[in-house]
Design a protein around this ligand. Sequence first.
Ligand code: GLN
Length: 493
Amino acid sequence: MTEYTLPSEGIVSLPAHVLAQKIQSGELTSREVTQAFLDRIAETDNELGAFLHVGAEEALAAADAVDAQVAAGKPPASKLAGVPLALKDLLVTTDAPTTAASKMLEGYRSPYDATVVRKLREAGIPILGKTNLDEFAMGSSTENSAYQVTRNPHDLERVPGGSGGGTAAALASGQAPIGIGTDTGGSIRQPASLTGTVGVKPTYGGVSRYGVIACASSLDQVGPCANNVLDTALLHEIIGGHDEFDATSVDTPVQELAAAAEQGASGDLSGVKIGRVKQFSRPGTQPGVTERIDAAFAQFERQGAEIVEVDCPSFDDVMGAYYIIQMSEVSSNLARFDGMRYGLRTGDDGKHSAEEVMASSRGDGFGPEVKRRIILGTYALSVGYYDAYYLQAQRVRTLIAQDFRRAFEKVDVIAGPAVPQTAFKIGEKVDDPLAMYNFDLFTLPLNLAGLPGMSVPAGTASDTGLPVGLQIIAPAFEDERLYRVGAAFEAGR
Ligand code: GLN
């Protein structure tokens, strides 16, 4: 089934930064490049199911605008101008439907573009289409999509991870060179790990969430995805920065991320201290994953880094804290889907009350996982339980942030597995939510602490032959460290 992984030659095999240079030099046009990816989507997506919507005409029109700019000798709008992108269908766009992979939003058209989408358009990036995800970004396998299953290009029987499985599968199969994901508890890094691609969750507040359908607002971040570290850095620079339309957006300049990646590409890590968290070496971790992570630390040492063991005891409580907070916020955020203001409305036959129509619409519009979370989240927030669940979870959240703070007094970055296992079979965990939630064990702590993290390919596990991701974590607003260390790791492999 290797024909579904990244081809070894042709336009679709090339990194985004190389494509951008060829477009600027006139060796290729953006139309040719965009068409090559559209062709690859047409050839492979019946089987892969990465895209919910492909916008060929709109993408080619955006490509033509870049080509006209190049022909006129004008400077490029960005370092990735003309390179097309796969967009997670959780960001609203005016020229395509936005569904969040939910029946609730079937056919919905947004009257405005998300800030990230606006920035992509201004940077001359054609949008190939909207990619599949778990409904409202809740899940770890993309199986919770109301529309279709997405397959892992490395093994079509297996999941591509989630919730951003569509973007990850598109990158791993050469359907797109760059993509956008969102990460509430791992939805960028976990699919990147399972598909052998690079995914970055920026520092909370670093990228605008305006126009991103809210999952859990205190955790959600938008981030860049690609097949190599430099491409994610270039994309991060384009989408990052302050936005007055997002109250949680922080007004600090975006760091020199591409420069950090270029510096890292020398492979030299002398003087860099890399933390190895005791709690990330768990008994349940697949031996093939542990093997790759051990090899990664050995490589870091060869590259001159110093490895320091760090202890983060409250990470053991991350699962309960994350899911209580996530579900509580979901129960509140998803109250807006009431059949009155947007999306699906059922049961409105003139004989039923507004409450009955709301109940009917929500019953028909939401899938089982979304309903489970709304019910559990509502319970956790209810009178009498709030202190026991929600407040307690917030205390654990504070402890996790303190553990990170103490660790970063000793080290520059932390590294470890992104996910305890490689990709599982489609259908294997759908009936066991706890097993599914367990998959996020290593990605969750960062979201609770608001820190940036990256998953970068660390080879394939010898026991399953499937990709393993190395997770790198940095202090808040030190995203450039991810790119420096990530690119060094990539160069040293
Ligand atoms: N898998 C996690 C969850 O289901 C993370 C989802 C995400 O990051 N959007 O909540």
